[in-house]
Write a protein of this length. Sequence first.
Lengths: 272, 297
Amino acid sequence: MIRLVRIELNKLLNYRPFKVLSILYAFILIFVPIIILEIMKWLQSLADGADFDGVNIMKVPVFHFPDIWQNLSFVSTFSEIILALIMIMMVTNEFSFKTVRQNVIDGFDRKDFFISKVLTAVMLSLASTIILFLVCIVVGLIYSPEIDMSRMFKYVEFIPAYFLEVFAYLSFALLVGFLIKRTAFAIILMLFYGGIQGVVIGILRNILPSSFDPVYEYFPTRGISHLVPFPFARYYFQEIQDYVSIQWLIITIVYIAIFLYLSYLRLRKSDL
Amino acid sequence: METVLEIKNLTKRYGRITAVNELSLEVKRGEVFGILGPNGSGKTTTLGIILDVINSNGGGYQWFGQPGSKETRKRVGAVLESPIFYPYLTAVKNLEIVARIKEVPLDNIDKVLKQVGLYERRDYNFKTYSLGMKQRLSIASALLCDPEVMILDEPTNGLDPMGIAQIRDLIKDIAKSGKTIILASHLLDEVQKVCTHFAVLNRGKKLYQGLVEDVGKGAQEVEVRAEHDGLEDVLKAYPKASSVKFDSGSHIVTMKEGGNSAELNAYLFEKGITASHLFTQKRTLEKQFLEILAESK
């Protein structure tokens, strides 16, 4: 296992596009709170200085413990597309350089190769989870008016949920990479996947009776996005899901299994 | 001698085309085994199958008497087609990956780089290398695990004459150290110069298998030229000639068993003919190869 990690790190850390994209990604993660602040300021300016239904947006406790765990986890999942592009690149490169072939000739079996790519997904997910955790701690400490140790980590379960969501998304990227093998096509599919899926759902909605509506939430990538649900509704006095639901946890894990199994199947059957 | 590689009835189909057809081969330890064949004869496909990058449709193979696995591949150093490396990594970083895959010490890297003469350029990216350097790096990579068997597929492809000579010397050196080498090539001259054994493939089938040293054996052919009108008749009358043909200005006499050019010269002199040109043709692998291919049609 450590051997596979070392091999992957050698491939990753010396690759300039990887360095550029991952540094960019880390910056975006770190600046998520600032982006949120800017959006809040913008909303405030829309209200022209007046209160929003009697609420001063700038005073909403977005960055207070323990709300911050879910708030930042939710917003951070928007940048996972960058990680997915990195993942795709690291898979499709092996096919365009034909190095997957040479790796096998040299003494990998297809399983070793596959596991080494899964390990890359784990490393990327883990790294961004750690960054997110640190950002939450720092920003939470700065903004929370008082630190109550007993409540501080109340919603921290969203951090492992975030990890799982990112990992599931990267497993999907892995599958796209192994299926398509060509970098450009795979990236295009990944970028437009959400849109394509939206169109398909729109068409289905027209054809099928509305009793099917809940089904659409189980589509790939949608199903996994419910792990960290939209949190901000609580600030306009609505009920939100402020816990990690077991149902969506199971669905995410099932999706991870499907994505990885199909990727492996594809790799095992193909001539390299 | 211990059998290193045994291939039995191997078959690979791509749609309607059969790239490898019921192929059987055996390579023993210490042999330098040449696999000859025109382009598209199934050489690379065969090597791909025995290295597990291509799935076969039938038949099987054994390395060192056991079914092929990643463990047997770690004992083999192989380069298929063009040299394959990570273009953005240096020679050293590339070989580190190979060493980790093969689970051999990283200390071997400097040694093999020196062996192929790339040590000074070790910290340059692979993509900056010339084709000759790339080929040499792939040989270095194949040598990294001190392999029991080396597989080289067209190792001199696209090289200039100097590069070809360098690679050839390298292969000869490696062969001298007692390693088994499997060399796929369509360059007959190359196989004749470095190999001990050879097999000829065409359209996925094995047409012939034999020793390179046997190639020169068999009936001799002697080229004769002389200023004499009746030369052809005189030659035909020679008791040790089995046939005579005329080709681009010379008469070519195929000798019977035991006949040679010296005796032919004496015979001509006796008949009052002075030969201006007398040359014993060496049977080359090229000639034999073309004959084998022609027979198969």
